[in-house]
Design a protein around this ligand. Structure first.
Ligand code: MN
Length: 206
């Protein structure tokens, strides 16, 4: 996702209703067309006001945030993070439901979590523990796979971790269908994981 200004809201890789019954059409439409669009618009405005950064990619803005002037660090982090995290999240899901992890991920999941079921249970616990708004991540670190979380629109990129999957646990991601039941949303999301995409991302980490 090495994209530069001007940022555009690309289409989802599936129809708005393709993730039913686990995530409903209206949620996907609002999430993509309103929430992600707002981060894209804000990021483009920031770039228009600070043209010296227009050649910076999304990854560069996030990985080199501390190189920006102090007054620009937070708005760039929030809006570039909002774009990066949402695209990553939407592309972590597929309408080919109930896929299984590929060979490389299967072996790393066994090594780091013993089993796929235990991975899901650890991931769910972390996702439930995110207080307020944020994301849960599966990342590759030096020691293997790990589950982490980030607040607001922070990303693991600045921590030197290589992200493989993320789950948006902001309430706008599930409130229309699941109301306040984040646990049900997490369980539903497990059916939608694009394990093929995750395997491709993992290969890019090495
Ligand atoms: Mn979101």
């Amino acid at each position: 996702m090495n994209l530069c200004y001007p940022f555009v809201n690309t289409h989802l890789p599936y129809a708005y209703n393709a993730l039913e019954p686990y995530i409903d059409e209206k949620t996907m439409e609002l999430h993509h067309d309103r929430h992600l669009q707002a981060y894209i618009d804000n990021l483009n405005t920031l770039m228009e006001e600070n043209p010296q950064y227009q050649h910076w990619s999304l990854d560069k803005i996030l990985m080199n945030n501390s190189c920006l002037p102090p007054t620009l660090q937070t708005p760039f982090k929030n809006n570039a993070g909002g774009v990066y995290n949402h695209r990553f999240f939407f592309e972590s899901m597929t309408d080919h439901k109930d896929m299984s992890p590929g060979p490389c991920l299967s072996s790393l999941i066994s090594r780091s979590f013993q089993s796929l079921d235990n991975f899901k249970s650890c991931f769910k616990k972390t996702a439930l523990d995110v207080f307020g708004s944020g994301y849960t991540w599966l990342v590759l670190c030096r020691d293997g796979l790990a589950i982490t979380w980030s607040a607001n629109q922070d990303t693991p990129l600045s921590q030197g971790q290589c992200p493989v999957l993320n789950l948006d646990v902001w309430e706008h991601a599930y409130y229309l269908k699941h109301y306040n039941r984040r646990a049900d949303y997490i369980e539903d999301w497990f059916h939608l994981i694009d394990w093929h995409r995750a395997e491709q991302r993992l290969e890019c980490c090495f």
